[in-house]
Design a protein around this ligand. Sequence first.
Ligand code: FE2
Ligand code: FE2
Length: 344
Amino acid sequence: MPELRRMASLMPRVTSRALAMRPESRRILFVAAFVAIVGATVLGAGVAYLGDALTHASREAMSRAAFFGGLGAFVAAVLGVAAVPVARRMLIARADVQLVEAASPLHPLIKRLMIEAPGTYTHSLAVASLAEAGADAIGADPLVARVGAYYHDVGKLRRPCYFFENLADGENPHDLAKPSLSALIITSHVADGLHLAEEYELPDRIVDVIREHHGTSLVRYFFHKAAQADATVAESDYRYHGGRPSSREAALVMLADGCEAAVRALKQPDAGSVATAVRFVIDDKLQDGQLDSAGMKEGDIPVITETFVHMLVNMLHARCEYPQTITGPRKEAYADQHREPSRS
Ligand SMILES: [Fe+2]
Ligand SMILES: [Fe+2]
């Protein structure tokens, strides 16, 4: 009896853990528990029937068989619920294995990205390094951030030449397209990515990152281009429809994506312009409400900003301005920042 009482006291905790799971996993477990209960009940009834058939026994014998059958069903149900944490751990372990498998550069979808959209592939690697470093810095899941970044733009495989990073010099198909069509092509890489994720059976958390990495952001360039020709154009027609990031990892990929693209567009990246670009992108996403559902903790944003600036300045080191080329007031600021400790 004390054992039963202890198990009963565990039930709310077990249930709350089960409720904290992802919807897919929760569904699987509840279905499994339901099946276990129904199966055990049917088994119990079968035992009762069999017992009666074998012994042609009296009503007492039948009652006894039914009682033990029912007891068996109850025990099976309790065991089923108690097995939830174990099953959850197994599911998490399985999900981690799937993530590690997806992280392999030999994954067929990664190989396709490398061959068919090399610009997007290179961009995704850079975003992955940033997102992983950000996740490490704020205590989010670095594996989900990294692997999510690898796949965030796989939807561009459908029409790679319509995306800036894959454009050859002097050729831009958007020059010939209406802004509304360009925006449609750009935003549909999210839905195309989701189709590929389903086809290649990517893990759920990676699918979330693909869906949410642009949130409901505005495709600014084509919106402004359209608004110049028609001031009544609806802003909502130029927004993504993936849904805002629902996790810190998806938010990190969103921010890393925007920062990497902004810094790559700098003509003369130096530490100052990189920091300005990173702050601009992150402030913009914050003010647009894109991070409202991501579960960011207090202090995450400054840490992410600092990490991204540090990473990007180092990643772009070869492209950064040499001190000799810096002139005017910025030269003094640079000298202040880079003065050797022994001379300061
Ligand atoms: Fe994207
Ligand atoms: Fe991207």
